[in-house]
Design a protein around this ligand. Structure first.
Ligand code: PXP
Length: 243
C-alpha cells in the first residue's frame, strides 16, 4: 500500500492571493502530518507563485515525516536544494505560463545538468526522483543517470474518461513494472483525487503518492485533518485483504 505525501502548494496559493501570512503552509504541513500524512511535498517554482524559500527553510526544521522538494532542473534550484537538504528532491519540468505541471520531464533534454546534479544530491544524502510520463524512454534515461526514483505522471489517467482511462491505467502499470526492472523505486502523482486514487494505489511497486489539489480543495469544506484522513482511508482500501 503506497504512502501518502500531501502536497501543500495550494495552501500557499491562497496566501499569495493577498501576499500576506495566511494561511501558512507550514501550519498546514503540521496538521497534515498529525492527520497521518507520511510526507510533505512542496514545489518551489521559479516564479515563486505559491511556495517561497521561507516556507522550505522552515519546513526543513519542522517536518517530522519526510520533506519532498520539487524543483526544475536549473543550477539555482539545485544549489538551493543542496543548501536546504530535504529528504527527497523531485525534478519536474516547468513552464512559466502553465497553470500546473503539464507533462513529465523530458529527461534526455536535461541530461547535462542532471548528470552532475544527481550525484551531488545523492552524495548529500538526498534521494533523487524524476517526474516522468509513463513511457519507456524517460525511465531508461532515469536509470542511466542513476536516479533513485521515478514519479509517474498520473495526469493523463486522471483526465481520461471511459475506455481511455483503462488504457492509461495499463500504461501506469506497465511503466511501474518497467521501472522496477531497472531497480528504480516508483512513486506517482498529479490529478489524483478521492475517486480515482484507488486503482493507482493498487498498482504493484508504487510506493508513494503525491496528492495536493484534491486534498486542499476538500479541506475547505471539511478541514485538512479530515481530508487527509479520508484520502488515507481511500488508499488503505487498496491494501490486500490480509494486510
Ligand atoms: N507530483 C508532481 C511532480 C507535481 O508537480 C504535482 C503538482 O504540483 C503533484 C504531484 C500533485 O498534483 P495534484 O496537486 O494535482 O494532486
Amino acid at each position: 500500500m503506497p504512502r501518502l505525501h500531501v502536497n501543500i502548494d495550494h495552501v500557499a496559493t491562497l496566501r499569495q492571493a493577498r501576499q500576506g501570512n495566511l494561511p501558512d503552509p507550514v501550519f498546514a504541513a503540521g496538521l497534515a502530518e498529525l492527520a497521518g500524512a507520511n510526507g510533505i511535498t512542496v514545489h518551489l517554482r521559479e516564479d515563486r507563485r505559491h511556495i517561497r524559500e521561507r516556507d522550505v527553510r522552515i519546513l526543513k526544521e519542522t517536518v517530522k515525516t519526510l520533506l519532498n522538494l520539487e524543483i526544475s532542473a536549473t543550477p539555482e534550484m539545485v544549489k538551493f536544494a543542496l543548501e536546504i537538504q530535504p529528504d527527497q528532491v523531485c525534478f519536474v519540468p516547468e513552464r512559466r505560463e502553465e497553470l500546473t505541471t503539464e507533462g513529465g520531464l523530458c529527461v534526455a533534454d536535461y541530461a547535462d545538468i542532471l548528470q552532475s546534479a544527481i550525484p551531488s544530491l545523492k552524495n548529500a544524502g538526498i534521494e533523487v526522483s524524476l517526474f516522468v510520463d509513463p513511457m519507456p524512454e524517460p525511465i531508461e534515461e532515469a536509470a542511466r543517470l542513476d536516479a533513485d526514483i521515478v514519479e509517474l505522471h498520473t495526469g493523463a489517467y486522471a483526465n481520461a474518461t471511459g475506455k481511455a482511462k483503462e488504457t492509461e491505467l495499463q500504461r501506469l502499470t506497465t511503466a511501474a513494472n518497467y521501472a522496477q526492472e531497472f531497480n528504480l523505486r516508483v512513486n506517482a502523482g498529479h490529478g489524483l483525487d478521492f475517486d480515482n486514487v484507488l486503482p493507482v494505489a493498487q498498482i504493484r511497486h508504487i510506493e508513494e503518492l503525491n496528492i495536493g489539489y484534491a486534498i486542499i480543495c476538500r479541506s475547505i469544506y471539511i478541514g485538512l485533518d479530515q481530508a487527509v484522513r479520508e484520502m488515507q482511508d481511500r488508499i488503505l482500501a487498496a491494501a490486500p485483504e490480509d494486510f
